[in-house]
Write a protein that binds this ligand. Structure first.
Ligand code: AMP
Ligand code: GLY
Length: 433
């Protein structure tokens, strides 16, 4: 049997976790990561290609006999990398994991995602969308709502496009900034104002080819920089999987009310979809409500869900592309995975790069995924805000987190920071199994 050459696009902790998992597959021939990081270099070959330079990616794919393209982050998907492959005579036979532009709009446009959910009866917060032309109506709409106010820039805004305002005055200023002053550039040409949902957040995942799907383990992400969920939002400071309040009943509600109607809705609307679906959910009094869609895996959720998946990830990708996903029986480790992100001091605001990172050799009981590192000669140095994700598996949340924190103390770089309270809310609310 011919083994598969894979090109994986991206350079974060998610991509290191995907690369680490793919590298374990007996079906793999060569794994390339573009551009990758110091961690992915240990499990594959890094290629210094820009993730949205489709022409260069094409040349690389053709000259290295790539059989499968796996896209980690959303940007190349929203910019149409899958369409680029399908529209090219030489590339169109190479399967891509990641949706075409039309499907990527679920993440690329909040307004599109809301219209899609309403049309297909998928539970989501009530909303209205406004533009600069309808700013006055938006300001009037705010006066009809109860605080807090949720304002969302329509387009991709590097994770900063959602603003939650406590007072109507704050919300009016924010809406004006987004629409009239283009606070987020083209991303805030439209702004979605939606009902505030009070509950506990979680992330659910599926992989689909538009007909079949496989539900993956869920995770809880910790978005704020500070302990006790304080301070500004980050890309995510840690994750726990599974989420203890997701029992069989809740899981089946997620599947029946959200996952199935989403895939069916895409099909009815004639939108092809091959890749991951990431459902940002709020558990509101026991009912899952969609906060947002993403068209990729989450980061740092991937770093806690992939270590729990025992099934060959490359086999899952090939089955997705070949229309035989229903043959796959997903095998999941019942243990809890706890991931903690070690970040650069100052993140998510300004931080310094180029700090030497050491201590990897002292970790044996946890997985280490590089999120923002590169090589400076032989030395691993920081190259991003989120630097290293450490994940451990154990029987309980407390023991998994405590192993992760113990391992994390071995990773040394100047001015590092991590949250010590990942999973604490789940333990304190007696959700711990
Ligand atoms: P997003 O970028 O859509 O993930 O939103 C960022 C964060 O804003 C989410 O993780 C939630 O914590 C919060 N959020 C978004 N929409 C709502 C909502 N309707 N109600 C309450 N919180 C929300
Ligand atoms: N951790 C949230 C995300 O990947 O968007």
């Amino acid at each position: 049997m011919n083994k598969t050459n894979v090109l994986l696009i991206g350079s974060g902790g998610r991509e290191h976790a995907i690369a680490w998992k793919l590298a374990q597959s007996p079906l793999l021939n060569r794994l390339f990561i573009a551009p990758g990081n110091a961690g992915t270099a240990k499990v594959g070959i890094n290629m210094p290609l820009a993730i949205i330079d489709f022409e260069n990616i094409k040349q690389f794919v053709l000259s290295n006999s790539i059989d499968l393209l796996v896209v980690g982050p959303e940007e190349p998907l929203v910019k149409g990398i899958h369409d680029f492959f399908l529209n090219d005579e030489l590339l169109k036979c190479i399967p891509v994991i990641g949706p075409q532009k039309a499907g990527a709009e679920l993440e690329g446009s909040k307004d599109f995602a809301k219209r899609f959910m309403i049309k297909h009866g998928i539970p989501t917060a009530a909303y209205q969308t406004f533009s600069a032309e309808t700013l006055d109506e938006g300001l009037a709409f705010l006066k009809t709502l109860n605080p807090p106010f949720v304002l969302k820039a329509d387009g991709l805004a590097a994770g900063k496009g959602v603003v939650i305002c406590k007072t109507v005055e704050e919300a009016e200023t924010e809406l004006t900034d987004m629409l009239a002053n283009r606070k987020f550039g083209n991303a805030s040409t439209l702004v979605v104002i939606e009902e505030f949902l009070d509950g506990i957040e979680l992330s659910a995942f599926a992989i689909t080819n538009g007909k079949e799907y496989l539900m993956l383990p869920e995770a809880k992400d910790y978005k704020r920089i500070g302990e006790g969920d304080s301070g500004p939002n980050t890309g995510g400071m840690g994750s726990i999987s599974p989420v203890p309040f997701v029992d069989a009943k809740f899981r089946s509600m997620v599947e029946e009310r959200i996952i199935k109607p989403t895939i069916e809705g895409l099909r009815k609307d004639g939108i092809p979809y091959q890749g991951f679906l990431f459902f940002g959910l709020m558990n509101v009094k026991g009912n899952p409500i969609v906060i947002e869609y993403n068209v990729r895996l989450g980061d740092p959720e991937t770093e806690s869900i992939l270590p729990r998946i025992k099934t060959d990830l490359l086999e899952i990708f090939l089955a997705t592309a070949q229309g035989r996903l229903s043959e796959i029986k997903l095998e999941i480790d019942p243990q809890t995975a706890a991931c903690v992100m070690i970040v650069s001091g100052g993140y998510p605001d300004d931080y310094e790069k180029g700090k030497t990172v050491s201590g990897f050799e002292n970790i044996s009981k946890s997985f280490v995924f590089h999120a923002g590192t590169s090589f400076d000669g032989e030395t691993v140095v920081t190259s991003g805000g989120r630097v290293i994700a450490v994940t451990s598996l154990a029987d309980t949340i407390s023991s998994a987190v405590s192993q992760t924190l113990k391992s994390a103390t071995n990773i040394i770089f100047e001015n590092s920071y991590l949250r010590r309270d990942i999973g604490k809310d789940l333990i304190e609310q007696k959700f711990e199994k």
